[in-house]
Design a protein around this ligand. Structure first.
Ligand code: SAH
Ligand code: SF4
Length: 414
């Protein structure tokens, strides 16, 4: 919260005219910049650093520059290709140098607070950062692929009305290390080191966990570059999807600087409804958003943009809505496919899920117009791992505490 107060003020107070202080709101809140968290042991964490940054870190610690260049290359390979978590594993680095490195540098993984497995095989991890922030990641195995759903922020500032994550009060950006750390932890759990081109369980990544990735652009970009680097984790950009609720000004950069597949959380086709359920729409409207999709670098018929559409009963699920969706896709000539997501209810949610018949009818209209419109099967519902359910245990506890308080109050009144 305190970091929200990073409002630039003029150095000289202007007497008599104090400009109103901008207050970040629900529509376009300022992402919270934070000083990088310093480890209590003073060591620098290497996870999240590019090869160049790693070389810089070694040089800054006093390593001779030519050696730093060579060592950075070796260490980087150990970290991201082999999954090493200890310098003693790095057999091509002189043993005598291991203690020097270990004294100055750490190779971290996110702390696991809780790991759960659903009856359908979906796995969810509750993770904790060194400064005590909780975030989640989910692994969804399928017959022909395994998808890791990665978080970009703790919580989300955007407050979409159907989304549980959006109700979290505490928000902070995850660092590049915390983002790529999720992928590395999943690799640890699946035993998938060293990186191999074939036969992996973890084949796909979706930036669809907690948070709005385009509000944490630099860290998401840096993390995904590490994930895509062929010498390291080596996941192809074709197997990575970034989902945005529609941060229009960042979309072109996402295409140019990251180049992964784009998913857009559209969810509604009229201004009124989208303003209500995705408040960011008041800032960047549907037309602007679809134009940014049409301009998205790299989108073509082989690499379509996915429109996510959460099915809310009597809110956005009529035949007319489906027809309007088709009309919009055609108007902007979008290489598009539509993912229909049955709404996952959570306690206190102001909506219900559309009926299965309604979802089918909606899907048929889009399908008959020539666009694929599969209905996503909710996964991991028994462990709250499904879309939009990600909310940390700490938050849940505080909800439980609130409930208990309410009960106590009631008992006192009785
Ligand atoms: N912030 C980004 C990415 C994370 S949300 C975005 O909004 O695109 C990932 C997806 O889950 C989004 O399409 C989101 O709209 C959807 N979602 C959120 N809450 C949901 C819920 N309760 N039921 C179904 N889908 C939900
Ligand atoms: Fe944030 Fe996405 Fe949830 Fe909206 S749907 S509140 S943008 S995480």
């Amino acid at each position: 919260m305190a970091a929200m107060l990073t409002v630039s003020t003029s150095p000289e107070p202007v007497s008599g005219s104090i400009a109103p202080m901008p207050i970040p709101g629900h529509i376009d809140p300022v992402p919270v910049p934070r000083a990088p968290f310093a480890r209590p042991d003073g060591r620098v964490d290497l996870i999240g650093l590019s090869k160049d940054q790693l070389r810089g870190a070694l040089a800054e610690a006093g390593m001779e520059p030519r050696q730093a260049k060579l060592r950075a290359k070796q260490i980087w390979h150990w970290l991201y290709n082999r999954g090493a978590t200890d310098f003693t594993q790095m057999t091509d680095i002189a043993k005598a140098q291991h203690p020097w490195l270990a004294e100055r540098f750490a190779i971290s993984r996110p702390d696991v607070v809780e790991a759960q497995v659903s009856t359908d095989g979906t796995r969810k991890w509750l993770l904790r950062s060194p400064d005590g922030q909780d975030y989640e990641m989910v692994f969804i195995p399928d017959a022909d692929r395994g998808t890791l759903c990665v978080s970009s922020q703790v919580g989300c500032t955007l407050n979409c009305r159907f989304c549980h994550t959006g109700t979290m009060r505490l928000v902070r950006n995850l660092t590049a290390g915390e983002i790529v750390g999720q992928v590395m932890l999943a690799r640890d759990s699946l035993g998938e080191w060293p990186s191999q081109p074939e036969g992996r369980m973890l084949t796909n990544i979706v930036m669809m966990g907690m948070g709005e990735p385009l509000y944490n652009f630099d860290n998401v970009r840096d993390a995904l570059r590490l994930v895509m680097d062929g010498d390291g984790l080596a996941l192809s950009k074709r197997r990575i999807t970034l989902s945005t609720s529609g941060v229009v000004p960042m979309m072109a950069r996402a295409g140019e600087e990251i180049g992964v597949n784009l998913a857009v959380s559209l969810h509604a086709v009229t201004k009124d409804v989208r303003d209500e359920i995705v408040p960011l729409n008041k800032k960047y409207g549907i037309e602007e958003l679809l134009q940014a999709c049409a301009d998205y670098p790299g989108a073509n018929n082989a690499r379509r943009i996915t429109f996510e559409y959460v099915m809310l009963r009597d809110k956005n699920d009529s035949d007319d809505d489906a027809r309007e969706l088709v009309r919009l896709i055609r108007q902007y000539r979008l290489p598009a496919k539509v993912n229909l997501i049955p709404f996952n209810p959570w306690p206190g949610a102001p909506y219900e899920c559309s009926t299965p018949e309604r979802i089918r009818a909606f899907s048929n209209i889009i399908f008959e117009a020539g666009y694929s419109a599969p209905v996503r099967t909710p996964r991991g519902r028994d462990i709250d791992a499904a879309c939009g359910q990600l909310k940390t245990a700490a938050e849940k506890k505080s909800r439980a505490e609130l409930d208990r308080e309410a009960e106590e109050k009631q008992a006192a009144l009785a």
